[in-house]
Design a protein around this ligand. Structure first.
Ligand SMILES: [Zn+2]
Length: 428
């Protein structure tokens, strides 16, 4: 087992490690990053005010704009000559956020990813097909470092090039597949089109999927087609990258590596800290990052935190699978709609394909339209149409115009994350 001792820290020991690391990182950040010193001073807090884990509530939040406003390297805690690597966020507009890593940061990140691979059942010598994008995005290299840490054999195929992807998956007997869930869903269909019988031709037994929210129904589809066991992994570029949290064999929430991250949930409107088990915005404090410490970073991801021991024997706190990023939430005619809720409904109807599109428009009122693929025989089936409409209404609380289209009509995700939502409303 990889880092067995750290994986199975008892509660008391975990809390002791957390407190000592928290106190150290708070004074380190205060002394070395002007942004934190300024925020602490404004709030009237000194590093010495942090004496217990509960004192974390005294620390001001950090938000994405703090990093953006300090573009490119205004929040460094070390001289630039100590940096080993830089990554950047995938923002579509404006300046990205630059993430910086010292050698120690890269080693810590690799170990967290190594642990996450270990938890998912990846072993030395396993062939890992890494279908995450390499480059500025942290997905590709994060998985690469993790596979290397556990001694697996990495096939760094990256995104796209689906025909070659499938050929290598078969010929190299890949045992582990890592990708976005939307790309794996795409492979379910593409492998059949290319003439493969996935369960027979491929040897993939472990899937590690992340970088976007996905539903239990999507998990089931992927598992049924490939005959693998799928684990959800969580992370974000600001927090090293992937490997912040992963599902153990219980798959009852994702374990956050508590000796490296403190996790809280807050009310996104008031900033109040919530009790464990209550849904709110996830907030992370990185306990050992050297290049770019982050204290109480607001993720905009909505989830719950569970502190109880897991049946797997680990005490690292668990977060519920992410329902959506508060940024992804659509407000349609005053109703909150998460794209993952639409996916949940569609994936529950067996006669539908895996591809769908959500289109929001405005003509006097907000309108929600959903396009989804089905077989040519079903495309004009009024009962199917009615069923989707009533299921969507039941889950979302608003009416959707549903359009059935033939399999293969909607655009596919060959690279990176899926773009399933088209919002045509003009933003004020
Ligand atoms: Zn567990």
């Amino acid at each position: 087992m990889f880092e067995h001792k750290a994986q199975f820290l008892k509660r008391k020991e975990l809390k002791r490690v957390q407190l000592s690391k928290l106190r150290r990182i708070v004074s380190y950040a205060y002394q070395n990053v002007p942004l934190f010193k300024k925020r602490f001073n404004e709030a009237g807090v000194k590093p010495g005010s942090i004496r217990t884990l509960d004192d974390i509530e005294k620390i001001p939040f950090t938000v994405k704009n703090d990093l953006r406003d300090n573009y490119p390297l205004g929040v460094l805690a070390v001289p630039q000559t100590r940096l080993y690597c830089l990554h950047a966020s995938s923002g579509t507009t404006g300046k990205p956020i630059i993430m910086a890593y010292t050698r120690g940061d890269l080693e810590r990140w690799s170990k967290l990813m190594g642990r996450s691979f270990d938890v998912a059942g990846v072993r030395r010598g396993d062939v890992v097909q890494n279908m995450f994008g390499y480059g500025l995005f942290t997905g590709g290299l994060g998985f690469h470092y993790g596979a290397r840490a556990v001694g697996a054999t990495i096939v760094p195929t990256g995104t796209g090039n689906t025909k070659r992807q499938l050929m290598l998956m078969k010929d190299l007997r890949s045992r582990v597949a890592a990708s976005t869930p939307s790309y794996m869903i795409y492979l379910c269909e593409a492998s059949r089109i290319e003439g493969y019988e996935p369960k027979v031709d491929f040897a993939v037994k472990v899937g590690i999927f992340g970088a976007e929210p996905w539903s239990e129904q999507t998990r089931k589809r992927i598992e049924d087609v490939f005959g693998l066991r799928a684990h959800d992994i969580y992370g974000m570029s600001e927090l090293y990258g992937p490997g912040v949290a992963i599902e153990c064999e219980q798959r009852n929430g994702l374990h956050v590596w508590g000796d490296e991250f403190l996790v809280e949930t807050i009310n996104p409107d008031t900033g109040d800290v919530l009790e464990p088990g209550k849904e709110g915005e996830l907030v992370f404090t990185m306990l050992s990052r050297e290049a770019m410490p982050l204290l109480r970073y607001r993720t905009r991801d909505l989830s719950r935190v569970f502190e109880e021991e897991c049946a797997c024997g680990r005490y690292h706190p668990r977060i519920q699978r992410i329902k959506g990023r508060s940024d992804d939430m659509l407000i349609i005619g005053g109703v909150n709609v998460f794209p993952s809720q639409v996916e949940h409904v569609l994936m529950n109807i067996p006669t539908l394909g895996d591809q769908y599109q959500i289109i929001v428009s405005h003509a006097e009122l907000d309108r929600l339209a959903v396009k989804v693929e089905t077989t040519p025989e079903r495309v004009n089936d009024p009962n199917l149409l009615k069923q989707i409409q009533s299921d969507l209404l039941a889950v979302l609380g608003i009416r959707a115009d549903v359009q059935l289209v033939e399999l293969g009509t909607l655009p596919r995700t060959e690279v990176g994350k899926a773009r399933r939502v088209i919002d045509l409303r003009t933003k004020e």
